[in-house]
Design a protein around this ligand. Structure first.
Ligand code: GLU
Length: 494
């Protein structure tokens, strides 16, 4: 396919959420797969819901995730401007054209008048009254008022909206690249407002005008927009334009059932905003792989891809129709996978930040790199390093109760003491994992007991916990002074 142009068209109403990032990803992959263009368009026509920092957050998030856009705000391109708030003239022009063609009309009804109409119809048995082909003829609009009066009202600056004249009975069909043929009955549609009383377009008009003017060939967006598609198809038809191909992505579902919303995600401890993933130091590759699989699959059992591989493999026909369940543990699995591949050197700045935030300052790069090496195999997220490895920076304040019960027996203090005295004699250089292990082995052999009978108490005494990275490497990193004093303390306290 040549000249593929797709767009990610978020409304800047808040921080970018993972659902949005998935939409962006599928657009990005599709564009790059076809050697096409990925456009960012900011749909900021709803002034009431506009959030100042949102656009910046969207752009930062896309860049963090490794999917920079080719055209968009701040980047330029031949089809700008890329913010709808800067494109008013186009919407005015095409709404005027629709009115002139008698496919849209001015409406002057107040909110109360529309409410009245609705409640009147509800009382007479219509459960979902609309402003439509039937009711419009009893309302205040340019179809019912004399031309003179319409002119007067417009000239006097009276507030109005422009509505789409949706045909009474018509089946609107189109082919969705994921869902196949879909059809809607026009009776189900409202006479959609195209221009609001503040002069700004609604999403529907702006979206269609811009997709056309920006040469968008494929609209790839969430399923929640499917019900808007028939209105868009009508607009394309009335404006004499060929509609782009459309693909509506499956909903993202909560593991507990139902659509994943901010609310139920919070309850499950699932971060919703991309910014939260950045803050919690998720690896972008992990999130990208995870999101790629949230609706799409390569058709075989491969699970880990680079961005280049995803681009190569991606196609719309491998996207499912059914809701995609957000499995957080799968995301954690991806994060472990990618994080473990990152060299200690590269993780150092992030980990140092965590360590220092926790109040542990003054540690050398060498110390922290070794700390990272030891913790990496056990951590799922960069934030886990400090959470589970606090004992690398301060002596344990408490000892894990279960481990105490299991491992600290009446004979333990004597054994621990012995080990303490043996290792206290070692000089700097000999205080290393190999020799420490040997010292401990010697004791358990002499005593004729199992290795764990001494190893577990030592781990408990030094770390306060019953599990962790290799004990002897841990001891080596902590150094003699700290280890000896912790063993002493444990013998006293436990
Ligand atoms: N502005 C819409 C949104 O916030 C865009 C929907 C579409 O892609 O058409 O998601």
């Amino acid at each position: 396919m040549s000249n593929v142009r797709v767009r990610f068209a978020p409304s800047p109403t808040g921080l970018l959420h993972i659902g949005g990032l998935r939409t962006a990803l599928y657009n990005y992959l599709f564009a790059k797969h076809h050697g096409g263009t990925f456009v960012l368009r900011i749909e900021d026509t709803d002034q009431k819901r506009y959030v100042e920092e949102a656009e910046k957050d969207i752009i930062t998030s896309l860049n963090w995730a490794g999917m920079p856009f080719d055209e968009g705000p701040g980047k330029g391109g031949d089809f700008g401007p890329y913010r709808q708030s800067e494109r008013s003239e186009y919407y005015q022009k095409y709404s005027a054209q629709l009115i002139q063609q008698d496919q849209a009309y001015y409406a002057f009804d107040t909110t109360e008048e529309i409410e009245d109409m609705r409640s009147r119809l509800q009382k007479s048995g219509n459960p979902s009254p609309k402003y439509d082909a039937i009711t419009r003829m009893s309302m205040k609009n340019s179809l019912t008022l004399p031309a003179e009066e319409v002119k007067k009202r417009l000239e006097s600056g009276e507030k109005f909206v422009v509505r789409l004249k949706v045909p009474r009975r018509e089946t609107i069909r189109f082919e969705d690249d994921i869902r196949g043929f879909v059809s809607f009955e026009s009776q189900g549609l409202d006479d959609q407002v195209l221009l609001k009383s503040d002069g700004l377009p609604t999403y529907h008009l702006a979206n269609v005008v811009d997709d056309h003017l920006m040469g968008i060939t494929h609209v790839i967006r969430g399923e929640e927009w499917l019900s808007s598609a028939p209105k868009h198809i009508l607009l394309y038809e009335y404006l004499g334009w060929e509609p782009p191909r459309m693909a509506h992505l499956p909903l993202i579902m909560s593991p507990k059932g139902g659509k994943l919303s901010k609310r139920n995600a919070d309850a499950l401890g699932i971060p919703v905003n991309v910014r939260d993933y950045v803050k919690q130091h998720y690896e972008p590759e992990a999130l990208i792989n995870f999101l790629a699989f949230l609706g799409w699959s390569p058709g075989d059992d491969r699970e880990v891809f680079t961005m280049e591989e995803l681009i190569k493999e991606f196609s719309l026909d491998r996207i499912g129709k059914g809701g995609a369940i957000f499995n957080h543990s799968k995301l954690i699995w991806y994060n472990e996978h990618f994080m473990r591949k990152i060299p200690e050197e590269k993780l150092l700045p992030k980990v140092r930040e965590q360590v220092e935030e926790a109040g542990y300052t003054g540690y050398s790069d060498e110390y922290l790199k070794e700390f990272i090496r030891l913790m990496k195999e056990r951590a799922s997220l960069v934030t886990d390093f400090v959470t589970y490895g606090q004992y690398f920076f301060e002596e344990p304040k408490v000892y894990d109760e279960k481990t105490v019960k299991k491992a600290w027996k009446p004979a333990t203090p004597t054994l621990v003491d012995k080990f303490r005295n043996d290792i206290a004699e070692l000089d700097e250089e000999s205080f290393n994992a190999v020799i420490l292990k040997q010292k401990l082995s010697d004791i358990v052999e002499d005593e004729g007991i199992g290795f764990g009978k001494l190893m577990q108490p030592v781990r408990l005494a030094v770390t306060g916990m019953g599990f962790g990275p290799d004990l002897f490497e841990t001891l080596q990193l902590l150094g003699k002074k700290r280890v000896v004093s912790r063993l002493d303390k444990a013998v006293q306290v436990l």
